[in-house]
Design a protein around this ligand. Structure first.
Ligand code: SF4
Ligand code: MG
Length: 308
C-alpha cells in the first residue's frame, strides 16, 4: 500500500553551495512515528521544513498519500496544509502574540467554531478560560499545548514535531509526550519526531533515522537500533544516553566523539564521519559509504559488519 509520506533523495543546497541536506530518503506509514535524530546543524530541521513545504527542496521528491507535492505552488498547497502540520521547539515564538488562543487555534479561516476550540483546548489539557488569553500568559508547557491544539485543528494526518519537547522540563516533557502518544492512538496520526537526543525518541518512535552532516547514516526499528547500533556514530550518540539499569551502564562504555561536527560548507571527503570515527580506515577517507542492509536495518558504513 502507498505510504502516507515518501521522501526520496531529498536535498537542500543553500546559496554558496552549502548542502544542508544531501540525499535523504525514508517512508512514514499512517499512524507511525519515525524519529529523526542528530546533532544540531545535521539537517534534520531543514528536512522537516521541506516535508511540510515551508522550504522548497533543491532536488528530490516528497509524496503525500502518493501525490507528488515537491513543487506545488502556495495555492496548490492550501488544501494539503490541513494534512501536514508542524510543532516547533519554541512554541511562544511560533504563536502570534497579538492573537488570543481561540484565534490561534481556530486559524485564519476559522475552521473551528468557539465550542470546537474549547473542546480541543480541553483535549490537550487546557481550560475553557484559556481561550481568551494571549500566548505570553502561558508557561512553556502550556504554550506547547496551544501549539498542539493549533496543529490538530484541521485534522492532520502527519505532524512534524521539531524538537517539540526538547526545551521543556523533564516532568512537563513526559506529559507532552504522553499527550502526543494518546492523540496518535485516538486520531491515527503519524509523526516525524525530530530531536537531538536519542533518549527522547526511544519511547515514542517505531523507527529511528540517525542523521550526520545532511545524510542518514542509520535507519531501522527502535528496538534493534538501541540494542545493537551498527553505525559508529549511532553508538557514540547512544553511549551518551543515561540508562536506568546500572548493570547495563557498567558494560557500556561512554564514547566521546573527537572534535565538533564539521561545517556542512566543507564536508570531509569519503565518509564525512571519518575525522571523528575511531574505526576509520584509508578507504573511509576516499569512498563515501552508501546505505545498505545490515542486520535488519540500513547503515552507511563500510565496516558496519565488523563493528559493534
Ligand atoms: Fe567510520 Fe569508516 Fe564507517 Fe565512516 S565508513 S563510519 S569512517 S568506519
Ligand atoms: Mg533544528
Amino acid at each position: 500500500s502507498t505510504p502516507l509520506l515518501e521522501v526520496r533523495d531529498l536535498a537542500m543546497r543553500f546559496p554558496g553551495g552549502v548542502k544542508a541536506v544531501d540525499g535523504v530518503g525514508f517512508e512514514v506509514a499512517q499512524g507511525e512515528t519515525l524519529g529523526l535524530v542528530g546533532e544540531s546543524g545535521c539537517g534534520k530541521s531543514t528536512t522537516g521544513r521541506m516535508i511540510v513545504r515551508l522550504l522548497e527542496p533543491t532536488s528530490g521528491t516528497v509524496h503525500l498519500n502518493g501525490q507528488d507535492i515537491t513543487h506545488l505552488s502556495r495555492r496548490e498547497l492550501l488544501p494539503l496544509r490541513a494534512s501536514m502540520q508542524m510543532i516547533f521547539q519554541d512554541p511562544l515564538s511560533s504563536l502570534n502574540p497579538r492573537h488570543t488562543v481561540s484565534q490561534i487555534v481556530a486559524g485564519p479561516r476559522r475552521v473551528l467554531d468557539r465550542d470546537q476550540v474549547i473542546e480541543l483546548l480541553e483535549r490537550v489539557g487546557l481550560a475553557p478560560e484559556h481561550a481568551d488569553r494571549f500566548p505570553h500568559e502561558f508557561s512553556g508547557g502550556q504554550a506547547q499545548r496551544v501549539g498542539i491544539a493549533r496543529a490538530l485543528a484541521n485534522g492532520p494526518e502527519l505532524i512534524v514535531c521539531d524538537e517539540a519537547v526538547s526545551a521543556l522540563d523533564v516532568s512537563i516533557r513526559a506529559q507532552i509526550i504522553n499527550l502526543l502518544s494518546d492523540l496518535q492512538e485516538e486520531r491515527g496520526l503519524a509523526y516525524l519526531f525530530i530531536a537531538h537526543d536519542l533518549s527522547i525518541v526511544r519511547h515514542v518512535c517505531t523507527r529511528v533515522a540517525v542523521m550526520y552532516l545532511g545524510r542518514i547514516v542509520e535507519i531501522g526499528p527502535v528496538a534493534s537500533l538501541y540494542a545493537d547500533p551498527a553505525h559508529p556514530y549511532t553508538r557514540a550518540l547512544l553511549s551518551a544516553v543515561p540508562v536506568a539499569d546500572p548493570r547495563i551502564e557498567a558494560v557500556r562504555e561512554r564514547i566521546v566523539l573527537r572534535g565538533d561536527p564539521p561545517s556542512p560548507a566543507a564536508p570531509p571527503p569519503g565518509c564525512s564521519f571519518h575525522p571523528r570515527c575511531a574505526l576509520a580506515q584509508r578507504r573511509c577517507e576516499v569512498e563515501a559509504p552508501q546505505l545498505r542492509e545490515v542486520r535488519g536495518r540500513k547503515v552507511a558504513c563500510h565496516y558496519a559488519e565488523i563493528s559493534g
